[in-house]
Ligand binder design. Structure first.
Ligand code: CP3
Length: 352
């Protein structure tokens, strides 16, 4: 089983991605893309034909193939495990589905203490297919690190409480404001599930993790600090014992970036709304990931690359910078643009 020693001396020791995450000198600025595997790739659409999203996540052969597709095509500096933030809930028996074009839909929303008590804890026995897929992947990836991931308590809670995707998260916030005991029980439960799910991935060989709190930007600073941050910190400190770098990401989180850093990750993801130079100041002393506007791939190539240069320049002020988009790849993205972007980041930042 890989441990920190392997990360420091094995094939991954020179990984630009891992080095940037730890704030160490890099051979070039590392780059990968959130949702790099997915609908923007014709090879993904062909593998997924006739297989549902959740079924594909439970098949190690498909998970391995889909995770490797963008690594082959783009030569990115990290692979992200193909799965979903609701997969661990599905694995422990929560009745849910991922509806194409909609997102996760939960059959019986969770709103009472009894509902929370019915959710079991996650053990490795619930997810043998995850262990197998990670092991297959790490063997195939060689010197390219694999990022494991989980959903953060607030973002996962929003799907469980609302019963599906939501713009305003009103029912979720109503529970947070009106039923603090249910809220704490629910977020504590999700925190232990997410921590256990990350642990399975790292135990099997993932060499970094990302905690996705995609919807945390919907909260005020005070509410984030009082009702959410402690549970995200619980996940990050539990996995921190494994010694792998941790990335903490959300969308629209400009006002809480410093607090997201305080939750304990080595790297804070910055979405495109905050200029990266400002993001670097807000998370002071930590590495950053981001933050090109995902829509820039639809601009003329030279405009996209010019804006990428601005991001690279701003990233120099941080102890480490991992180049990424400010959120996931938009499904209609032309993969050739992402290839040009990857090559450009490498060429621009490698010593001549
Ligand atoms: O390449 C990667 O980044 C790894 C795979 C990945 C997926 N989901 C695959 C996926 C990751 C990291 C996620 C995380 C995830 N899932 C998040 C956090 C990241 C973010 O985008 O903020 C969230 C909020 C979800 C919930 C979810 N799952 C949504 C909102 C959707 C999109 C619904 C739609 O169809 O537009 C999904 C489905 C999903 N997860 C797809 C993929 C490739 C598309 C489904 C398909 O191809 O059929």
């Amino acid at each position: 089983m890989p441990d920190t020693t392997d990360l420091l001396s094995g094939p991954l020791s020179s990984s630009a991605f891992l080095r940037a995450a730890r704030g160490e000198p890099v051979p070039h600025t590392p780059v990968w893309f959130m949702r790099q595997a997915g609908r923007s790739l014709p090879e993904y659409r062909s593998v997924r034909e006739g297989v549902s999203m959740l079924d594909s996540c439970m098949r190690p052969d498909l998970v391995t193939e889909i995770t490797l597709q963008p690594v082959r095509r783009y030569g990115v500096d990290a692979a992200i495990f193909y799965s979903d933030i609701v997969l661990p809930l599905k694995a422990i028996g929560v009745d849910l589905d991922i509806v194409p074009g909609v997102g996760p839909v939960v059959a019986s929303p969770v709103r009472t203490l009894e509902d929370v008590a019915r959710i079991p804890d996650l053990t490795p026995e619930h997810v043998p297919f995850i262990t197998e897929a990670v092991q297959l992947l790490v063997a195939e990836l060689g010197a390219t690190p694999l990022i494991g991931f989980a959903g953060a308590p607030f973002t996962v809670a929003s799907y469980l409480v609302e019963g599906g995707p939501s713009k305003d998260h009103a029912t979720t916030k109503a529970l947070m404001f009106g039923a603090p005991d249910v809220w704490r029980a629910l977020l504590g439960k999700i925190a232990s599930i997410s921590a256990a799910y990350l642990d399975v991935q790292v135990a099997a060989g993932a060499s970094a993790v990302q905690l996705f709190d995609s919807w945390a930007g919907a909260l005020t600073r005070a509410d984030y600090q009082d009702h959410v941050l402690p549970f995200s910190r619980q996940v990050l400190s539990a996995i921190g014992e494994r010694g792998v770098p941790r990335i903490h990401f959300g969308v629209g989180t400009g006002e809480i970036l410093d607090l997201m850093g305080e939750a304990g990750a080595e790297v804070v993801g910055v979405d495109w709304r905050v200029p990266l130079a400002e993001g670097v100041r807000r998370v002071g002393g930590r590495s950053v990931q981001g933050n090109l506007d995902p829509s820039l791939v639809f601009a003329p190539t030279e405009v996209m690359l010019e804006r990428a240069d601005q991001v690279l320049e701003a990233g120099r002020a941080a102890p480490g910078h991992i180049f990424n988009l400010g959120h996931g790849v938009i499904p209609s993205t032309d993969p050739d643009q992402l290839k040009r972007l990857t090559d450009h980041v490498h060429e621009r930042t490698a010593p001549a």
